[in-house]
Ligand binder design. Structure first.
Ligand code: FAD
Ligand code: NAP
Length: 338
């Protein structure tokens, strides 16, 4: 079951060439337990792998990469809502479309996010104003040290903006095996984002006539028009999180740059990282094999299949320039391995 020296290039959407010393594809909880025991016996680091759309391989991985291929989906409808449970290896977008095709609303704004269900809680995936935590019920995860399955509810997961307990205090301690979501019994579309509103207005789609399927189509059309397909231009989506700053910082930037794109986030301000990078002059830039996408400055691309070092070098250059020009720090969103 455990293979040696496996090429991870097909397993990451940035198409970075790197080898994993060991690799296992697991389809059952028992196989997962066996793979973890193998790694623990040899004191190997573990890389849980979904679709590889939010990782940066900075070199060969000296441990065990575990591809989670646990499958299964169930749906239970009650008056107050619908419970959807999916195993970690299910494709996220297919899960969204399964619910939407049944006429169930709640996940449509999260259509076309690449990757697997098991990774969705890790950074509390979000798009067009909806985050996983808005629909989350609970998850099951295997503790790496013991092989035991534990259940986590919303409070346990400490979800925040592109963040959860699994990126913080419980980092590298659990493998998520199943996620349960609750979709509202009475659906209301959320179409607050300007791109979504404009799309609907252009087509004269009346709010009252909207269905989850129509919103999913709108989201998919907008994403397809803006974002590079990883199969054609390798990328990991947004490379940096949108920085959240205090009011003093926001107001001084707004005075210097009246067209700054920013949104209130409680008593702080979320700045559009894409605007900062674009305004710093990086959109469309190239550095040998790697570069910045020409229609979305937040997306770093790897058309020349360059190394992780090339990509992280470019990311550092961009972050340093944005810091110098705006006094704002950018934090990468994907996780670096090893
Ligand atoms: P991977 O990249 O395989 O893993 C990501 C991290 O989670 C790694 O640290 C990995 O070890 C860990 N992990 C994976 N599975 C498990 C598991 N079962 N248990 C424990 N740890 C695990 N993200 C958004 O939030 N919103 C978007 O709109 C969005 N759009 C994107 C568009 C594009 C074109 C691309 C390429 C990416 C986009 N992303 C977006 C980022 C990414 O798709 C999400 O973060 C997604 O959830 C990652 O899923 P994955 O299966 O590919 O995870
Ligand atoms: P966009 O619609 O051009 O918006 C630019 C930025 O402004 C986004 O980052 C978004 O923040 C913010 N924003 C826009 N309207 C907002 C509102 N009404 N309230 C609060 N914030 C608002 O962004 P885009 O790049 O085309 O992406 C569209 C959506 O898909 C966004 O939600 C984005 O996060 C998501 N996406 C994520 C990834 C990823 O890899 N993480 C990749 C592609 C797209 P938020 O990012 O906080 O929503």
């Amino acid at each position: 079951m455990i293979e040696a020296d496996i090429d991870l290039q097909p397993h990451n959407t940035l198409a970075i060439p790197a080898q994993s010393a060991h690799f296992a594809r697991v389809r059952t909880l028992d196989q997962l337990r066996e793979a973890l025991a193998f790694a623990l016996r040899r004191r190997l680091p573990i890389l849980p792998l979904g679709g590889g759309s939010n990782i940066v391989l900075t070199g060969d991985f000296p441990g065990l990469a575990i591809q989670l291929d646990l499958r299964g989906l169930s749906l239970k409808s009650e008056d107050l809502g619908h419970t959807v449970s999916a195993a970690a290896g299910e494709n996220w977008h297919q899960l969204v479309m399964t619910t939407v095709k049944k006429g169930l609303g709640g996940l449509e704004n999260l259509a076309l996010i690449p990757g697997k269900v098991g990774a969705a809680p890790i950074q509390n995936i979000g798009a067009y104003g909806i985050e996983l935590r808005d629909r989350f019920s609970s998850l099951q995860a295997m503790e790496i040290a013991s092989g035991e399955i534990h259940t986590f509810d919303t409070g346990d997961c400490a979800f925040a903006y592109r963040d959860s307990v699994f990126k913080g205090s419980l980092r590298d301690q659990y493998i998520i095996t199943q996620v349960s979501l609750v979709l509202p019994g009475k659906w209301q579309p959320y179409i607050g984002y300007p791109a979504l509103r404009e799309y609907l207005q252009k087509r004269n789609w009346d709010r009252a006539a909207l269905t989850p399927a129509l919103v999913a189509r709108a989201v998919s059309d907008i994403r397809n028009s803006k974002l590079p397909l990883p199969e054609i231009i390798p990328n990991a989506g947004s490379f940096f999180k949108n920085p959240v700053v205090d009011t003093v910082c926001y107001e001084s930037l707004k005075v210097a740059h009246p067209d700054l794109v920013a949104f209130a986030a409680g008593d702080r301000w979320k700045l559009a990282a894409a605007w900062l990078i674009d305004r710093a002059g990086w959109r469309g830039a190239r550095r040998n094999a790697v570069g910045v996408h020409d229609s979305q400055a937040l997306v770093l691309v790897n058309p020349g299949r360059g190394s992780g070092d090339e990509l992280t070098g470019l990311a550092e250059e961009i972050a340093a320039d944005v810091r110098a020009k705006f006094g704002v720090s950018l934090e990468p969103e994907p996780r670096y391995y090893p």
